[in-house]
Design a protein around this ligand. Structure first.
Ligand SMILES: [Fe+2]
Length: 586
């Protein structure tokens, strides 16, 4: 079939609806569902679709589909086609669409996002579809996507894959190969650090993997501009295992700090990005310029919105990051689960105990500013949205997709807190944390769960309103449970913090972070392990939630690398103060 016939076949299907998806998204044309003769299409998909395909942000009637056209494959005036079908052979088509050539441009680095919300049939339990793109008579690999169950649907089970912290330079994505193979997962949540802004930072990137280097156009080791961020995303998304996982599952993603800069925050005093370790702040050559830092945040937001599919819009005309992109958003899985994907980095105030020294962010001895009511992690608008959503939710489970550890992680003496260990996490924003847990307690919200990334550690922990109160019979002090998924590849806590500290500090910290010490200091923590990398899953049923954590050797380049189950924790609805270590199925 030549291209002319193929195009006329598409044209004959005919018609309709031109949907403009805000400023940055692809315009596309609905082409109906009459089957096309697609014989003779080229299948060397990587030549055109070099970063493959992916789906994200399910709704009841759609998903966001994503692809990237390699610049060398761009043909002037050529449109892109999308097919969604019920079967892998694309015989039972659900939707066909055309994306005009004007939407495949260098302005979006040749990435394409199409929001199908409103265009796929609603289904009581959520629909499962196959999709593919066609460009210049070349067909992409086939992806699979899922939509959400119809509102009010009485689901009894839902299982999510949990990912975070996939430093490409620091290992192989064997964990993602396992996620790709796991057909029991309904959706995958990525909780941030999809990329790392640095490419060989000696503080935590040891670079033992010669074939995993990332080269920045600027020539530096830290992203300085849009071209650098885009180059990083292209490198990450070239990985075969990441592609496989994203082809197989519909993702829901939020960024953490490394999509922009390490330990970043909003510097309200100067109305710009706070990036304490970035060269724009630390290198006198750049003069700690508010304008440069604000531009850096905008560049990172833009690159994220291009390369990480989500139902959000980056406004390229905005000059302020708070007006350019809003990432936090909510998903309803029937009446079974309300998911709140929150964002920890764009609106948070500076670290409570200072920025200059790592010890002001980790182990800030003698500082109590972390209790200040001035500290905000979410910003007032996001906090109010979250509290209202959680307290008014009527879903069986309420889940918060979060970045930094929500619970307390402290050094204590006889139960009294000496110092939090990490005030880059919610421990640095205690008043706001208590505003949330207090509201949950007051509204008698049950079945509240938090999933967390960021710390390159496995943790399962009770969420309490008062961490100083360790009376297990004070049931109203139990607000929920938190599960921290480990890094896919990034250096674990000992490797990460250890490199920043001198020998004495390192010894003190590592003793404090040994699993038994963590649990003595923090009795609400049920499981702690910062020695491995991998991923985890969270299954919710009508009686319990179960978190299962796996270790996968990041040093193994073979995607057939084995996985080992390292933890399995259950939280029963009827026993909210209990977290049960399950021994079955290891
Ligand atoms: Fe990370």
């Amino acid at each position: 079939m030549d291209r002319r016939r193929f195009l006329s076949a598409l044209g004959a299907v005919g018609g309709g609806l031109l949907v403009t998806w805000q400023a940055q998204a692809a315009d596309w044309l609905h082409l109906g569902t009459a089957p096309l003769d697609t014989s003779g299409l080229r299948t060397d998909s990587a030549r055109v679709f070099d970063l493959s395909v992916s789906s994200a942000d399910p709704s009841v009637t759609g998903v966001v589909l994503w692809t990237h056209i390699h610049p060398d494959a761009i043909r002037f005036g050529e449109a892109l086609y999308v097919q969604v079908a019920q079967d892998a052979a694309f015989q039972n088509l659900v939707l066909q669409a055309q994306v005009g050539p004007q939407s495949i441009t260098p302005e979006r680095d040749h990435t394409v996002k199409i929001d199908l919300d409103g265009h796929l049939p609603a289904s009581a339990t959520g629909g499962a579809y196959f999709y593919r793109f066609i460009y210049d008579r070349t067909v992409s690999r086939t992806g699979r996507c899922r939509t959400l169950a119809a509102s009010g649907a009485a689901l009894k089970r839902l299982k999510l894959g949990l990912l975070t912290c996939q430093d490409y330079t620091n290992g192989y994505y064997g964990a993602l190969a396992h996620v790709a193979k796991d057909d029991s997962l309904d959706f995958v949540l990525h909780l941030g650090d999809f990329i790392y802004e640095s490419a060989g930072d000696p503080r935590f990137q040891s670079l033992p993997f010669a074939d995993r280097s990332v080269v920045l156009p600027s020539g530096g080791i830290v992203a300085l501009d849009l071209a650098d961020y885009r180059a990083i995303y292209r490198r990450y998304r070239s990985d075969a295992q990441l592609q496989a996982a994203m082809e197989r599952h519909t993702f829901i993603c939020v960024p953490d700090d490394h999509e922009t800069a390490n330990d970043s925050y909003w510097d309200y005093a100067r109305d710009t990005l706070g990036a304490p370790d970035h060269p724009y702040t630390t290198d006198p050559k750049y003069g700690n310029s508010p304008a440069l830092l604000k531009r850096l945040k905008l560049d990172s937001q833009r690159a994220w919105s291009e390369y990480v599919p989500a139902r959000v819009s980056f406004n390229p005309l905005a000059t302020h990051p708070h007006e350019a992109l809003q990432v936090y958003r909510r998903f309803a899985f029937g009446s079974f689960l309300d998911l709140f994907m929150i964002e920890n980095r764009s609106y948070r105030s500076p670290h409570p105990c200072g920025e200059k020294d790592a010890l002001q962010r980790y182990l800030p001895l003698g500082c109590t500013q972390y209790n200040s009511s001035e500290q905000t992690m979410l910003g007032a608008r996001q906090r109010d949205w979250l509290i209202a959503g959680l307290t008014q939710s009527r879903a069986t489970w309420k889940l918060m997709g979060n970045q930094t550890f929500f619970g307390r992680l402290a050094l204590t003496f006889l139960g009294a807190q000496i110092t939090p260990i990490n005030v880059d996490a919610w421990d640095g924003f205690n008043a706001e944390r208590q505003a949330i847990t207090g509201a949950l307690r007051e509204a008698k919200v049950r079945n509240y769960l938090v999933v967390t990334g960021d710390l390159h550690t496995y943790m399962a922990s009770h969420i309490k309103h008062h961490y100083g109160d360790s009376n297990p019979l004070n049931f109203s002090n139990h607000v929920g449970a938190e599960f921290m998924t480990p890094a896919v590849t990034s250096s674990n806590l000992g490797e990460m913090l250890g490199a920043k500290l001198d020998a004495t500090q390192r010894t003190l910290l590592m003793q404090g972070l040994a699993a038994p010490a963590v649990r003595v200091n923090n009795p609400h923590v049920q499981y702690f392990n910062s020695n491995q990398q991998g991923y985890s899953t969270l299954e919710m049923t009508d009686t319990y939630a179960e978190w299962v954590a796996y270790a996968v050797d990041k040093g193994a380049s073979d995607p057939a690398v084995s996985r080992k189950c390292v933890a399995r924790q259950r939280k029963y609805m009827s026993l909210p103060w209990l977290m049960a270590q399950s021994t079955s199925g290891y």
